[in-house]
Ligand binder design. Sequence first.
Ligand code: GLN
Length: 485
Amino acid sequence: MSALHQQTAEELSRALKAEEISSQQIVQSCFERISETEHLGCFLHVDQANALKAAQASDDRRAKGEKLSALDGIPVALKDNHMTLDMPTTAASKILTDLQSPYEATVARKLREAGAIILGKTNMDEFAMGSSNEHSAYQAVRNPWNTECVPGGSSGGSAAAVAARQVPLSLGTDTGGSIRQPASMCGVYGLKPTYGRVSRQGIIAFASSLDQVGPFARTPKDLAALLDIIAGYDPLDSTSAQVETPRYSDELLPQVKGLRIGIPNEYFGEGLQDEVRDRIEQSVDSLKQAGAIVTEISLPHTQYALSTYYLIATAEVSSNLARYDGIRYGARIEDRDLRKMIARTRSAGFGAEVQRRIVLGTFVLSAGYYDAYYGKAQKVRTLIRKDFENAFDSVDVILTPTSPFTAFPLGSKTKDPMSMYLSDICTLAVNLAGVPGLSVPIGFSDAGLPIGAQLIGPWFKEKRLLQIAQYFEENLSMSTKSPDL
Ligand code: GLN
């Protein structure tokens, strides 16, 4: 049997059931791995004592013969924008240094109720704004496949921790690509569910009309098992959808025969790395051979996705981040003058990228510019959504690259925000439309860096995406390829 930290949640769960191992042993093995590979910088907080206590409680439940969930005793890591009671929640920002939340995110509560063990909180770009994890106020995260490269972002810690076998499962958030893009760059599976599928209650808000929580895992089955626990209506989140939730892990069989797959030509233009294009084409060929019907489609408003996203997201940022004024939350820089206290606190507490977005968002919402920028962006957002509605009249799923390029060297884009923003060119429209997107690892570049394909489905059709991902896993066995660390 391979080391415990190497195993998938499904394998661990089977071994727990067979009483071959204990949850305490699994948790111990993950902590050993985390400290062995600490140079990757994936975690901002770990809580070994509480995790071991929770593992012992899980082992006790099992010994008593209680009926347990599939993830009882299995470790999970949470991005550090998920409120938790036992660890600080900083969103990787200095302004929230040591913030101790008085309540817990719904998804964290659901995980605990299912018996999963929360090992720690993962590193991220500050307030989830970024595509490389380099905007963390703490350390950068390193890509497990090449430690001189970024892991992607903003959920870089969650993606890298799963890729590096530190933990079998993790949660991230995705506002414009922050689950799918790092999943692609780290060679793991990552799903952004339909907007409203998973509760956002207790998640630090970035852009509330776009934010969505979702899972990372090394196999589609593990992704489904985690989604089973976190998905569903939550009365505490006003945007939570009251739509029936299927059992994602039931009969998760590869479903490709007769499937109508659309390939949007807008996603294959300038800036796409040749090796990414080649791998995507190979994947499309393999799907055809398995009986899928592939057609070229058009999503004509794709070219406006980037500007629309940066108008809407920054407008929401300027409003959501107004609450960090040094009075109620986090750090404060004292000054006898109230205005100066707020200004000094915000200037010292927020990093450069967050400040850039607050200023931009304030501008696009200001009198005289509102209609020209924010109002227009909302109209274009509707057109982008309609592109997807039209496409799904004739296809079951859309396939694109997840990221136009593989992981890039640390420091190579930090001075050029526009080139950083272009990392998300393939993922942004999905958030604007609210549809689900799943990044599937499909191979490697010549330099040994992972490449991902993005599967986009109609609203609430996550199961369909998981079934196609399962086809890829059975054909390529990407879950068995691990970085040499
Ligand atoms: N990289 C995008 C941004 O910087 C998306 C971030 C996200 O999805 N949280 O806004």
